[in-house]
Design a protein around this ligand. Structure first.
Ligand SMILES: CC(C)(COP(=O)(O)OP(=O)(O)OC[C@H]1O[C@@H](n2cnc3c(N)ncnc32)[C@H](O)[C@@H]1OP(=O)(O)O)[C@@H](O)C(=O)NCCC(=O)NCCS
Length: 180
């Protein structure tokens, strides 16, 4: 288990399927996560088990726990590129009462430390849509910089919205937070 100041990260367990069912079927959570509800979510337990627990979906995924070790969300990375030593992070704090209290930033910091310091990655990417100011602010607090905008790449509740791509290099993160 990885430990931050307010959060812990642990591997998935079978009991988490019901939590994923709750989070991935929540309209508000998915509105912020990808604006795509219910197109790409609305998953039943069997589909969740197949997608996240049985098949290798080419992402590494963990559960975010709060201080009391209660699950509040999921986090992970995908698009691992070994020669370039880069990956793309994702996070969903599915328990909405925990939004805006620093849990997401803390969990991301734990994962970033792990990927830069243990996996020896060189670069990390995050992306969201242009209306998700809370996510953009959380990423900025960690040192991510906006690197690009994919015009009208997302469709959010009937409107085309831009996707915002942000990135950070290991040396930038180390100099910002005095990590070695
Ligand atoms: C995005 C997410 C991971 C952020 O985690 P969090 O714990 O809520 O965020 P934090 O409290 O760590 O930081 C949020 C920051 O955004 C700010 N913020 C909140 N709402 C905001 C808004 N509408 N506009 C601008 N800033 C906002 C907060 O004040 C805070 O900044 P501060 O510390 O400088 O005051 C979490 O909210 C979440 O999972 N949301 C649903 C799914 C999602 O959006 N996933 C990520 C996109 S793919």
């Amino acid at each position: 288990m990885l430990q931050g100041k307010k959060t812990y990260l642990r591997p998935l367990e079978n009991d988490d399927i019901v939590l994923f069912k709750k989070w991935y079927n929540d309209q508000e959570v998915n509105y912020w996560a990808n604006g795509a509800w219910p197109l790409t979510t609305m998953l039943g337990e069997e589909e969740i088990e197949e997608r996240f627990f049985l098949t290798q979906d080419s992402s590494d995924r963990y559960i975010v726990l709060n201080e009391k070790k209660t699950p509040i969300g999921t986090i992970g990375f995908r698009e691992l590129n070994l020669p370039a030593r880069s990956a793309t992070l994702f996070i969903i704090i599915g328990e909405k009462e925990y939004w805006g209290q620093g849990y997401g930033t803390d969990a991301l910091r734990v994962l970033i430390d792990y990927l830069f310091l243990q996996w020896n990655l060189h670069r990390l990417t995050v992306d969201t849509w242009d209306g998700n100011h809370r996510a953009i602010r959380a990423y900025e607090k960690l040192g991510f910089k906006v690197e690009g905008c994919l015009r009208q790449a997302r469709f959010v509740q009937g409107e085309y919205r831009d996707a915002i791509i942000m990135g950070i290099l290991r040396n930038e993160y180390e100099s910002l937070f005095n990590r070695m």
